[in-house]
Design a protein around this ligand. Structure first.
Ligand SMILES: N[C@@H](CCC(=O)N[C@@H](CS)C(=O)NCC(=O)O)C(=O)O
Length: 225
């Protein structure tokens, strides 16, 4: 492992960009932030496109290595920079597999199939670009609630975190989805409420909120229909 990593994180201001900021703070890593925002045109510059041809935030530079996709960045940081004192990922093969299962479940079912579909088709979000579709939005919200039952079971019996008594980066992904769901008026299960309260008291979470705040309010580029 690199003893003095040279880490730069691009992107602030969204529920995806906060994920790697949070992982960095949990792991107590020093890094530089390039505070570019979503839908500002900043992901389309030649300099940025060279680093990330997908033209999306977040993006992590670790020395001469670049990685995009928020969940992949969090997994990379967890694997590369966890220590005995600060770890975001289980070691044992089956626990690691269960962690992977949670990460893929959250990204595929809660984020991409539910919340992001709502974002794409809400009139007050990206609907003017991708089509305003109230029925699709309602169904996606319902599907989110159904899928959240798996989280409800995992958090039963007063369990602290998704994987039991130990905080992992799957909790980072889940928290961002729960906050997003609340912002969209989708109810979350009862035991997710105290879970969220617990998580939000974490110092690393609070530092990540500050690190993810845009320096100036983000003014999105006009929507092109
Ligand atoms: N699946 C990607 C999604 C990233 C994404 O869609 N980022 C948006 C902002 S939330 C973006 O950069 N859009 C292009 C832009 O705003 O210029 C991830 O989790 O990192």
């Amino acid at each position: 492992m690199n003893a003095t990593p040279n880490l730069t994180l691009w992107g602030v201001g969204t529920s995806r960009t906060i994920r790697p900021h949070w992982a960095m703070h949990e792991l107590d890593l020093a890094y530089e932030t390039k505070p570019i925002g979503p839908r500002t045109g900043e992901t389309k510059t030649a300099e940025y496109t060279k680093l990330n041809p997908r033209q999306k935030i977040p993006l992590l530079q670790d020395g001469d290595f670049c990685i995009g996709e928020s969940a992949a960045i969090v997994a990379y940081l967890s694997r590369t920079y966890s220590t005995a004192e600060r770890s975001l990922i289980p070691d044992a093969t089956r626990e690691y597999a269960a962690w992977l299962e949670w990460c893929f479940f959250i990204v595929a079912e809660l984020d991409s199939t539910s919340l992001y579909v709502m974002r794409r088709h809400r009139a007050d979000a990206l609907g003017p670009i991708y089509g305003i579709a109230p029925e699709v939005v309602a169904q996606a919200g319902e599907y989110f609630r159904q899928q959240l039952r798996h989280v409800e079971v995992a958090l039963a019996d007063g369990r602290q975190f998704l994987m039991g008594e130990r905080f992992t980066s799957a909790d980072i992904l889940l928290t961002t989805c729960l906050e997003w769901a609340i912002a969209y008026g989708v109810g979350i299960c009862d035991n997710a409420q105290p879970y969220l309260e617990r998580i939000k008291k974490r110092e690393a979470f609070q530092r990540a909120i500050a690190a993810n705040a845009p320096l100036v309010p983000i003014t999105p580029a006009p929507i092109k229909v």
